[in-house]
Structure formats: structure tokens, C-alpha cells
Design a protein around this ligand. Sequence first.
Ligand code: NAP
Ligand code: MG
Length: 403
Amino acid sequence: MAKIQMTTPLVEMDGDEMTRILWRMIKEELLLPYIDLKTEYYDLGLENRNATDDQVTVDSAKATLKHGVAVKCATITPNGARMKEYQLKEMWKSPNGTVRAILDGTVFRAPILVKGIVPYVKNWEKPITIARHAYGDVYKNTEIKVPGPGKAELVFTAPDGTQIRETIHEFDGPGILQGIHNTEKSIESFARACFSYAVDTRQDLWFSTKDTISKKYDHTFKDIFQELYDREYREKFEELGIEYFYTLIDDAVARVIRSEGGFIWACKNYDGDVMSDMVATAYGDLSMMTSVLVSPSGVYEYEAAHGTVQRHYYKHLKGEETSTNSIATIFAWTGALNKRGELDKNSELCAFAKRLERACIKTVEDGKMTKSLSLISTCEHPVILNSLDFIKAIRETFDALEG
Ligand code: NAP
Ligand code: MG
């Protein structure tokens, strides 16, 4: 059979540890035999980030802006232990943070659903995608541990020296203080990414904050979303028969639990951090979550939501067998290939991506899975496969599927 041709390269960001091992297996077993794979390769493995003073991460993000679609392997975010382990020149920043800053993107995370892995919330039949605003609020805060009595004020000084001043609290004893901020520009980028992604995936968009309590801070988020919707997206939503609505975060939580899924839930930074862990856990586990970074200009970077699975990697290095789930990493590839196919009007490439996704799901539904999946599956006699054999089983399923 002739291999599928590609016209535009994908930006390929290689990564670290166990996921780097899976990356090669996926390419060799599931992609290269079928596609004349065109990628622009960037090695974001920690050694090469260190060797290039992290320039490779910046270059890969710039290439993504140029080509429009990237696929990324999980990468190590260095900490003290990694400094020693890899003898790093510097504690390089999180590659995801660097890429996100250059793309000005929003991260959308969605679970991959398979029969036999039943969500804890029984009525969730479709995926819930969480969009997390990834700028500001408590993640860029300033804090003071108040030693004793005194007056705390919030002061803003304009370039011409004029000030706005509010009293926060008159302390009569020790306490704590926190200052947080956000910018209209960042909120609007977030809103734009959410509306575009809703249109792109034809799903309803929910947005929630606590505007009844936070009448200026959270209310500004609500207003920016509403104004942008009315100005640029309302018509498109109505045309597609999808809905945008705003609701209080408390109400959203209650409705999410009662829902059947199948929508995007946009959250402020902290809410998104917490709620995405809740949603991921309730659907099964992190190794079945995909993640896509969408820029307001319509650039896409696909990856798995999980990390480099370090513990498995050390077993692998010792020559022990691993049973690491590659599905989320495969879905990063299929997401990127499908998007590339859409942009290049390459229907063969889109069909390949969809078929490979069906093959992953069918393999698990047929009872062949990795160890972590067997622990949460209702399948009575699962066949537990090692990392490579699981990928080979997916290939067998793929070959047997109708185009
Ligand atoms: P992790 O790699 O997601 O792994 C945490 C645990 O979850 C694993 O030890 C494993 O449990 C289980 N797990 C995760 N993915 C799995 C899979 N595909 N198959 C089977 N089990 C899976 O998170 P971490 O251990 O906190 O972080 C390791 C490294 O990844 C860190 O250096 C961190 O910086 C990096 N990281 C990168 C990204 C990213 O690039 N997007 C995201 C998160 C973390 P058992 O060991 O019990 O089997
Ligand atoms: Mg979290």
C-alpha cells in the first residue's frame, strides 16, 4: 500500500524518559509504516535543552507559529534533583510554560473515553473539556505575612503619579496578605481561544467565575467574554447550533456533575488547575487525558496530559519490563495529524488519524491493555501487555479495521 503523503511538516517536539521511549515506538510501529511522515524535528529532551541553553524550546515554539501545528512529547521540568541528575547549567524553565508564553495559548484538556472504564460520575457519557486560563491570579501573586497590627492598602500608581487607593484591612494582630492581578489582554486572548476552540470542535462553551463576590476582578472576566462573544462569535455559534453561557462557579460545578458531558468548561487559572484534576480523576486516570494548546491566532500544539512517567523509565533502564500506557501520546499524534490534514485538505491523513484513534479504543475494549488501565477497567479478564506489545496490539487492530 502506498504511504500517505503530507504537504506541510508537523513540528515535532521530542521529550524525556519513558515517554521518549514510547515516542520512538509509536513512530516506528504506528506512523512510519503508513505515512510518509514530514516533521520538523526539535529535541526538547533535557540534555539538548541544556546543551542549547534552552534555545531549542524557543525555536520549536517559533516553528509552531510558522507551520501552525505541533506535537509534543512530555518533558522534564527541572527541579533541584534534576539539576544534579543531568548536571544542568541552569534550572531551565518548564518547556510548556515557555511554549505557552510564545504562543499566548490556552490549554484544553479532554479525557479519552473507552467502554469498560466507567467514569465515577455515572451520567458522564461524553468528554468534558477543561480550558484553563494560564496567566496571573494566584500563580503570579505577591504575599506578605503580616507581623502584627497595621493598615493594609491596595495602591495603584499611574505613570503621571495619580493614585487609586483602597483599604484592604485594618489589622489588630498578625495575619496574611495577598496581591494578585490579571490583564485585559490576557483575558481576551483566553476568551478568544475558548470561542475558537468551541467553534472548531462544535461544542457548547461554559464559563464560570465568582463575579457575585468579586464584583470588579471576576466581573471583568465575565464582561470581556460576553463582549467578545457578542462582537465576534454569536453569529457563528448560532449557525452551528452551539451555545455559550456564563454561570457562577458554584452553579457550574453542580451542573457539570449532573451533565452528560460533551462541552467545554472554561475556568480561571486556579479553578482550572483544581477542576482539571477532579475531572481527570473522575473519568479514570491521567494517562487517558489529552491536552492541546490553542493560540488566539489559531495555532495548535498537541500533547498528552501526563508527564514523563519517570518510575517506569528507571525500570526500563534496568532492563525490567514496563507496561506504560501510550494512548494519550498516540492521541497527541493523531490530534496533530488530523489538524494538519484539515488545514491542508488532506482527507487521507484525517482518515488515518481517526482510524488510529478507533484502533486504540477498540484494543482496550477488546480487553488488551496496560497494567494501569487494567486496574480501573471493568473488563473481567484483561490481557495485560508490556509497553511495546500494547503498541503492537494497536497496530494489529488498526490493520484489521476498515479504512
Ligand atoms: P507522571 O509522569 O504523569 O507520572 C505520575 C504517575 O502516574 C506515574 O508514576 C504512573 O504511576 C502514572 N502514570 C502517568 N502516566 C502514565 C502512563 N502513560 N502509563 C502508566 N502510568 C502512568 O508525573 P510525575 O511523576 O509527577 O512527573 C514526572 C516528570 O514529568 C517530571 O519531571 C515532570 O516535570 C514531568 N511532567 C511533564 C509534563 C509535560 O511535559 N506535559 C506534565 C507533567 C509532568 P505508577 O508509577 O504508579 O505506575
Ligand atoms: Mg493541578
